[in-house]
Design a protein around this ligand. Structure first.
Ligand code: HPA
Length: 267
């Protein structure tokens, strides 16, 4: 049992009582630099995490730590701007709190986005990649105490989203996302090895959320925004400002894509 489970039901009741959320069907977790998606939510209401009883607060550059609620293409949707990274010292149980809240509120679909480094030489900064597989190098990410096994697959969803992207004339890649705990970036040797085993993008989030959402029976799709080429792929050093630049390039496409996914899947 996740220690946050009771707190989450408190958060959900509060949000419903205060009429901040209205039976949302879809939830979106926004990666670094992708917070502007919230501009595309109609009649948006927002509340800081700190003002939601039972909900934890966040602290990272580029994250607001707010929950947004409103309609996206006519579909009641919630969006989390700000998340809980394991590398910041939060326990895994906390990194998945947004997923628990989305499930508690009745969401059927979870879109999880992230800023990621590209291990794949063919990708470019600004590329959007649909996550069609995950690697987490054997780390136990499921927070269930039960001895349950389950498999993360979402091939059919990825196929559908590929078609949605094509219909919306938005170029997307498809590939495997590797979850690293961070906070250090990878070494050149690691990235070389990761390429050999089939990794396309690498980042420090998303896998725990996707796995938990799948375990809870939600439909999921993960989307990486390539904000930098991974260590050794490009010669420059990595820093947080690159995230903003890459997000500027694709934030509109990202928002259009997510809106189209929500509309097609839940509308
Ligand atoms: N490595 C790990 N996490 C990241 C990267 C990276 O290159 N870029 C953005 N998040």
């Amino acid at each position: 049992m996740n220690p946050y489970a009771d707190l989450i039901s408190k958060s959900a009741s509060f949000l419903k009582e205060q009429k901040i959320v209205h039976n949302p069907k879809a939830a979106v977790i926004l990666g670094s630099g992708l917070g502007d998606f919230t501009d595309y939510i109609e009649d948006a209401k927002s509340i800081d995490y700190g003002d939601i009883p039972g909900f934890p607060t966040v602290s990272v550059v580029g994250h607001k730590g707010s929950l947004f609620s409103g309609k996206v293409q006519g579909v009641e949707t919630i969006a989390f701007a700000g998340r809980f990274h394991f590398y910041e010292g939060y326990p895994l149980t906390k990194t998945i709190v947004p997923v628990l809240l989305a499930k508690e509120l009745g969401c059927e679909l979870l879109v999880v986005s992230n800023a990621a480094g590209s291990v794949n030489y063919r990708f470019r900064v600004g590329d959007l990649m649909l996550i069609d597989d995950i690697m987490h190098l054997g780390r136990k990410l499921s927070v269930s105490n039960k001895q349950e096994t389950f498999r993360y697959t979402n091939e059919e969803m990825v196929d559908r989203v590929e078609r949605i992207a094509a219909d919306s004339e938005i170029a997307v890649r498809k590939g495997c996302y590797l979850y690293m705990t961070g906070p250090t970036y990878e070494t050149k040797a690691e990235i070389r090895a990761f390429r050999l085993i089939g990794v396309d993008t690498v980042g420090m989030s998303t896998a725990p959320e996707l796995l938990e959402a799948k375990r809870l029976g939600m439909e999921t799709i993960g989307i990486s925004l390539v904000t930098n080429m991974a260590t050794g792929v490009s010669k420059t050093t990595l820093d947080h400002s690159e995230i903003k630049e890459a997000a500027e390039m694709r934030k509109e496409d990202f928002a259009r894509l997510v809106a189209a996914i929500v509309h097609q899947e839940c509308g």
